[in-house]
Design a protein. Structure first.
Length: 115
């Protein structure tokens, strides 16, 4: 089970940190991803961190967003800096054995960026 939190409202240029807490004892063996879905749009990939620690990001967030994980706390984080109105979306965390296929999804947390 995945529980995302940390969403909220922020002005453009601001920062937020999302957290995703996972239950279970095998968190460290899972690849973790962040996705988002803006109103009226399809869900899109934001970034991921593999169990080995290597990271990938969507081009739209490179240099502004940072993913990290704390295996001792079964938690993955998404640090978002220099936020733009276009980052407004519901953000979801996900877990999977593959770096491209995710089996478990959190409930989403809303991020609203105002100009």
């Amino acid at each position: 089970q995945l529980q995302a939190s940390g969403g909220g409202s922020v002005q453009a240029g601001g920062s937020l940190r999302l957290s995703c807490a996972a239950s279970g004892s095998s968190f460290s063996t899972y690849n973790m991803g962040w996705f988002r879905q803006a109103p009226g749009k399809e869900r899109e990939f934001v970034g991921s961190i593999a169990w080995r620690g290597n990271r990938r990001y969507a081009d739209s967030v490179k240099g502004r967003f940072t993913i990290s994980r704390d295996n001792a706390k079964n938690t993955v984080y998404l640090r978002m800096d220099s936020l733009k109105p276009g980052d407004t979306a519901v953000y979801y965390c996900a877990a999977g054995r593959s770096e491209t296929t995710y089996d478990y999804w959190g409930q989403g947390t809303l991020v609203t960026v105002s100009s």
